[in-house]
Design a protein around this ligand. Structure first.
Ligand SMILES: C[S@@+](CC[C@H](N)C(=O)[O-])C[C@H]1O[C@@H](n2cnc3c(N)ncnc32)[C@H](O)[C@@H]1O
Length: 274
């Protein structure tokens, strides 16, 4: 069990969640992974990391392992991908989904990994640092396990970039402010801090690519944005009474007119370890 933290997110310690909640979150992650906009983010990250056949990669905070298995197709049978996640339940789910590819699954904390220094050619870490207590300590650990000349690829959301159109601005502002209030500070802005973190950690060839995800209808947005997902239970909403129903009536109307829009920037940041 992880030590108690002041500001927890469910993803900071999935094993402390009821098993149905963990299963629901993993299913949500998998649905996101199939979303064309998330695939576009991952293609951007892959282009930036450019894994080659025979390489050894780490997917740190791997969730149910779909990215690790995808990366395994890139490094081929001569390479290897290690999928590491803090959550034992998540790693068990990843093992169940194993497809025979060259992936090894293990539990571990990105901030203190039981892995030798310099043992990876490349490290992928997607939407994880926003959930750890000390992102720079975790980053130092990711750098430690990367060989000199190896590449780090970090992917994280900038939730402060979230914006809507096609719905009343004052209502969208209420929904966005409510979400900001429920996120931890590091969750809100992690994506855009990654470039600065890699530069200060003295990586070279740092690239930073903001990928703005565009959701042109409510059903597409709902896969990634919980405040557009009508399946999120009403009890989980923290807006004043009536706001949720009013919001969804405008979201549905915008969807029916075809002018609903939501945008969210996810950053892809890479650097070379010295
Ligand atoms: C939002 S999910 C992202 C999973 C996957 N990278 C993806 O993009 O689909 C965050 C993952 O990070 C894991 N995680 C959170 N804190 C961690 C830590 N300190 N060490 C390792 N994994 C951690 C969670 O268990 C969860 O699987």
């Amino acid at each position: 069990m992880k030590p108690a933290q002041m500001d927890r997110t469910p993803f900071a310690d999935l094993d402390s969640q009821p098993s149905e909640m963990t299963a629901m979150l993993l299913a949500a992650l998998e649905a996101m992974g199939r979303h064309p906009e998330i695939r576009r983010v991952r293609e951007t990250a892959w282009q930036a990391l450019r894994p080659r056949p025979g390489e050894r990669l780490l997917d740190a905070g791997s969730g149910a392992g779909d990215v690790a298995r995808w990366l395994a197709t890139k490094v081929g049978p001569a390479g290897e991908v290690v999928a590491l996640d803090y959550s034992a339940a998540t790693i068990a789910a990843a093992v169940q989904r194993h497809d025979g590819s060259n992936v090894r699954y293990m539990t571990g904390d990105v901030s203190a990994m039981n892995l030798p220094a310099g043992s990876f050619d490349g490290v992928w870490c997607e939407r994880v640092l926003q959930h750890v207590d000390d992102a720079d300590a975790a980053l130092a650990e990711l750098i430690r396990v990367t060989r000199p000349g190896g590449r780090l690829c970090l992917v994280d959301t900038d939730w402060e970039s979230l914006a809507f159109d096609g719905v009343p601005a004052r209502l969208a502002a209420t929904i966005v402010a409510d979400m900001h209030g429920r996120l931890t500070p590091r969750q809100r802005d992690m994506g855009r801090t990654l470039r600065r973190r890699l530069i200060r950690a003295r990586l070279s060839d740092v690239t930073a690519t903001p990928v703005t995800c565009v959701f042109g209808d409510p059903a597409s947005a709902a896969v990634v944005l919980p405040m557009v997902n009508p399946m999120v239970p009403e009890a989980a909403w923290t807006t004043p009474p009536g706001v949720r129903d009013e919001w969804f009536s405008y979201v549905d109307a915008a969807g029916a007119r075809g002018d609903f829009l939501a945008i969210l920037t996810i950053w892809v940041v890479t650097g070379t370890v010295g």
